[in-house]
Design a protein around this ligand. Structure first.
Ligand code: NAD
Ligand code: TYD
Length: 362
């Protein structure tokens, strides 16, 4: 038995689905079901007795103590977080509460549980904290990619809150001996990605005939990894990672945002051409840049490749095609997440003056 937190969100749900497909081991899935948590992501495992879903908060100490005592997990995998940079700029409070205070309470509850386990179980126990490359800050064009040895320089309220949680996890290992593992992964994409993030927002907006809002000059670089590859990396780290170590996870896929948007448009032009015969690229609109926007992220994944033998299965070309196809085949899922709260956010976020297009034909 393992305990997963945040398993109704984008990456957590993919992890739960892959876990139940790959192993017979049951799991408890603790999720608060914020705007980003969606039980429809888990429709295919409803009724599977190995999946025990509990709605609740990682900051709820009493609930955590009860779940740990009742289910006696051999590991905890912590996905639960507020995850959207733009929302963190708009209102950081929830990020501090969940990502910092919630992670602290989870660590404390796990420490109390782990501390009284029988010797063998205590040694085998793992707490895996899922984090982001954004804790490292922004790279200049010629800087080497982020290695695990790089210092933290978080720039957004989101990345600062994740960096704080990473530091807490590290401290709980050094101070109390808790057998922790941390993964810092690059930008994910794939099925069940909430359409406030770049790739699903572009797909959904394109199909709805809306603008495709590109921040600033569109030349910011992100390093993209198909979500199933992130999930396989987490499984591998859980299985073979050394306690106290951190592992950077990425697929060597750096791309400027405008190139991503153009690729999405080209795939849609091929798979679902517009009725008027024009390219979806004509919907690209350059908008005001995000405040404090990090220019470039890139992951040096050599440690996890060398020490744990992990490699991604997808290239960006195969992963993005699968992703666009998934959204085309799951219009019902998209409609379901586009609630009133979603519309309010997207509409207020993009009421911005277009600025002249400078890289549209990249
Ligand atoms: P998401 O926003 O899609 O999902 C987060 C999930 O956590 C939701 O189901 C939500 O209901 C749940 N949650 C939020 N607050 C909670 C709380 N207090 N208690 C219990 N559950 C709570 O996020 P995601 O993109 O799936 O990211 C998952 C994790 O991976 C996060 O920790 C994030 O920082 C990290 N990460 C994400 C990316 C990425 O590209 N999305 C990359 C690297 C790391
Ligand atoms: P996002 O998906 O929010 O991930 P993160 O900020 O965590 O990297 O954004 C990815 C990149 O795309 C980032 O450089 C911001 C940019 N972006 C846009 O240009 N337009 C958009 O509408 C969104 C949501 C993001």
């Amino acid at each position: 038995m393992i305990l997963v937190t945040g398993g109704a969100g984008f990456i957590g749900a993919n992890f739960v689905l892959d876990w139940l497909a790959a192993t017979s081991e049951p799991l408890v899935n603790l999720d608060k079901l914020t705007y980003a948590g969606n039980l429809h992501n888990l429709d295919s495992v409803q009724g599977d007795a190995r999946h025990i879903f509990v709605q609740g908060d990682i900051g709820d100490t009493a609930l955590l103590a009860r779940l740990l005592a009742e289910h006696k997990p051999r590991a905890v995998v912590n996905f639960a977080a507020e995850s959207h940079v733009d929302r963190s700029i708009h209102g950081p409070e929830d990020f501090i509460q969940t990502n910092i205070v919630g992670s602290f309470r989870l660590l404390e509850a796990v420490r109390a549980y782990w501390g009284v386990l029988p010797e063998g179980d205590r040694a085998a126990f793992r707490f895996l904290h899922v984090s982001t490359d954004e804790v490292y800050g922004s790279l200049a064009p010629t800087d080497p990619a982020f290695a695990e040895t790089r210092g933290f320089e978080p720039n957004s309220p989101y990345s600062a809150s994740k960096a704080a949680s990473d530091h807490l996890v590290r401290a709980w290992h050094h101070t109390y001996g808790l057998p922790v593992l941390t993964t810092n992964c690059s930008n994910n994409y794939g099925p069940y990605h909430f359409p406030e993030k770049l790739i699903p927002l572009m797909i959904v907006n394109a199909l709805a005939g809306k603008n495709l809002p590109v921040y600033g000059d569109g030349m910011q670089v992100r390093d993209w990894l198909y979500v199933k590859d992130h999930c396989s990396a987490i499984r591998r780290v859980l299985e073979a990672g050394a306690p106290g170590e951190t592992y950077n996870v990425g697929g060597w896929n750096e791309k400027p945002n405008i190139e991503i948007v153009n690729m999405v448009c080209s795939l849609l032009d091929e798979l679902r051409p517009r009725a008027d015969g024009q390219s979806y690229r004509s919907q690209i609109t350059y908008v005001k840049d995000r405040p404090g926007h990090d220019r470039r992220y890139a992951i040096d994944a050599r440690k996890i490749e060398r020490e744990l033998g992990w490699k991604p299965a997808e290239t960006f070309d195969t992963g993005i095609r699968k992703t666009v196809q998934w959204y085309l085949e799951h219009a019902d899922w998209v409609a379901n997440v586009q609630t009133g709260a979603y519309r309010d956010w997207v509409e207020t976020q993009y009421e911005q003056q277009p600025v002249p297009a400078v890289g549209a034909s990249a």
